[in-house]
Design a protein around this ligand. Structure first.
Ligand code: HEC
Ligand code: HEC
Length: 253
């Protein structure tokens, strides 16, 4: 009997472990990455990755190549992190709007490339935001005035003419939203601290995070299976284990 109870405890513990594991990574995504990495080893590793994939368009030392890619001197960690973490870089062909696509590098490699680009000259650092700070009503107002003209009031995006479009905002993480605001990628204007201070950016980020929730409820968010389906899996596994346990303990020796 005692071994059975121990086995049962182990089973239930295992199920709980599964549940925690499933919840862990989604919770971690909310945390912003560290600001500027940038030890010499990281910069050097980033330089090597850069030499393989970026020099043809941005030059051996980030000085830029005419008709291929702009100079990266002074674009800062925020720009490098935004372009790499949204998969925009490396670009396949020059002269097309850089689009969000499959991310080409691991988080570690992105940090190394970001460290290298940041080492080329001072520029905007990666903003620290989570989507939980800021004021929702203020964010709504700022979004309507500054972002809705291009991205639409629901954040669905829209055409801007000449084969340029403002993308939908339902895939950008809080950090990527704040980065976009500060660096103004492609045809998007830069919103510097004089236009929107950090507090106001936090409110805009919060509002954009709020906008994307209705999409998730409609089943649009297949790409990021969140804690809800994962929670169901944990429940079913856990309940199954407990039912089996109850039956097993219940059997007479
Ligand atoms: C085929 C050419 C090409 C390749 C390869 C390429 N880029 Fe780019 N890159 C561009 C062009 C063109 C732009 C400008 C596009 C835009 O702003 O939308 C750009 C923009 C950028 C920016 C934004 C600059 C700014 O003004 O804020 C960064 C950062 C960047 N690239 C980093 C990289 C890194 C790192 C790599 C290698 C992993 C890379 N790129 C590979 C062509 C390229
Ligand atoms: C003049 C039009 C315009 C305005 C105003 C504008 N954007 Fe953009 N935005 C763009 C364009 C164009 C892009 C795509 C840039 C590229 O990739 O080349 C973009 C890209 C983005 C992205 C990246 C989306 C992704 O998934 O990759 C975010 C996030 C974003 N904008 C947020 C904002 C916010 C927040 C505001 C208001 C503070 C704003 N934008 C105002 C035109 C605009």
């Amino acid at each position: 009997m005692r071994t059975r109870i121990l086995t049962v405890l182990a089973l239930v513990g295992g199920a709980l472990g599964v549940a925690l594991l499933r919840v862990g990574p989604s919770a971690a995504q909310v945390r912003p990455p560290t600001t500027v990495p940038g030890g010499p080893a990281e910069v050097e590793a980033g330089h090597q990755l850069y030499a393989i994939a970026c020099t043809t368009c941005h030059g051996t030392e980030g000085e830029g190549v005419e008709d291929r890619g702009p100079s990266l001197v002074g674009v800062g960690a925020a720009s490098a992190d935004f372009y790499l973490s949204t998969g925009r870089m490396p670009l396949d062909r020059p002269r097309t709007q850089a689009e969000r696509k499959r991310v080409a590098y691991s988080p570690v490699q992105i940090r190394q490339l970001v460290a290298f680009v940041a080492s080329l000259g001072p520029g905007p650092v990666i903003p620290r935001v989570t989507g939980a700070a800021g004021d929702l009503a203020e964010g709504n107002r700022l979004y309507a005035n500054n972002c809705a003209p291009c991205h639409s009031s629901a954040g669905a995006g829209g055409a801007l003419g000449h084969a340029v479009y403002a993308p939908p905002l339902n895939r950008a993480t809080p950090v990527q939203v704040a980065e976009a605001v500060r660096i103004g990628p492609g045809a998007m204007p830069v919103f510097g601290p004089d236009t929107l201070d950090d507090e106001q950016v936090a409110s805009v980020v919060r509002y954009v995070s709020y906008l994307r929730k209705p999409d998730d409820r409609g089943g649009f968010g297949l790409g990021h299976l969140g804690p809800i389906p994962e929670g169901f899996v944990a429940w079913i596994v856990g309940l199954g284990a407990m039912l089996m346990a109850v039956r097993w303990i219940g059997t007479k020796d």
